[in-house]
Ligand binder design. Structure first.
Ligand code: PGA
Length: 244
């Protein structure tokens, strides 16, 4: 049975005070029901706060990026071991905002996924095409190229990752892929994972997921949950997605 998960990506949002309210609500309201795992990936400075407020709850936490290096002279970077030190379960790697705004290559994202598994974290590796790539009919080429780099980097650990398909044109735009559009890409990704002996890798969809569209997405056979940005900043909306 594949794991079902709903993961919040807070991105660069929050304050100690607003986080405290949101984390308290998640910790008290989430019962771990519905056979689904709930988690939040918070900005690195707030990992200690997430650990303190969630460790007695059924909600997991994670980091939004990790260095590909173990330790050393990498000013500003956060290692996977540091995230693990604060009890993280998950590390997002290869989010499109990092690929686009920080020039992260497929090879670098693969190395980050490997660094995460080496530290005992579950990488949530993001793949997805731009609008231009979709309109050119290049969606499958792009996501399979990104997936192959991950499989090549993780090798026998491929089954330890979670993959999030996030069409870039759907992120933060209010424009979601239809359940059928998302399913088509997920089934392509699933086939490639199966060839690599990792058919059980959970495949999340991300891109303007809200309580109103979550159930239809989760009804698709190859969609195992969601990576939620904007809507994860509203605890009640996020809980509704978790229960959808
Ligand atoms: P969104 O972001 O839900 O705000 O579209 C998703 C993501 O970037 O992970």
């Amino acid at each position: 049975m594949r794991e079902k998960l709903v993961i919040g990506n807070w991105k660069m949002n929050g304050t100690r005070e607003s986080n405290a309210r949101r984390l308290e609500r998640l910790a008290s309201e989430w019962r771990g029901a519905s056979g689904r795992l709930l988690g939040v990936c918070v900005p690195a400075p707030y990992l200690a706060q997430a650990q303190a407020m969630l460790s007695q709850s059924a909600v997991a936490w994670g980091v939004q990026d990790v260095s590909e290096h173990e330790s050393g002279a990498y000013t500003g970077d956060v290692s996977a071991a540091m995230a693990a030190d604060f009890g993280c379960t998950y590390a997002i790697v290869g989010h499109s905002e990092r690929r686009q705004l920080h020039g992260e290559s497929d090879a670098l994202v693969g190395a980050k996924a490997r660094a995460a598994t080496a530290a005992g974290l579950t990488p949530i590796a993001c793949v997805g095409e731009t609008l231009d790539e979709r309109e050119r009919g290049a969606t499958n080429d792009v996501v399979l190229r990104e997936m192959d780099a991950l499989i090549g980097a993780l090798r026998s650990d491929t089954a330890k990752m979670v993959v999030a398909y996030e069409p870039i044109w759907a992120i933060g735009t209010g424009r979601t892929a239809s359940p059928e559009e998302a399913q088509a890409v997920h089934s392509t990704l699933r086939a490639r994972l199966a060839q690599a002996g990792a058919a059980e890798v959970p495949l999340l969809y991300g891109g303007s997921v809200k309580a109103a569209n979550a159930a239809a997405l989760f009804a698709m056979p190859d969609i195992d949950g969601a990576l939620v940005g904007g809507a994860s900043l509203d605890a009640d909306e996020f809980l509704r997605i978790g229960r959808a």
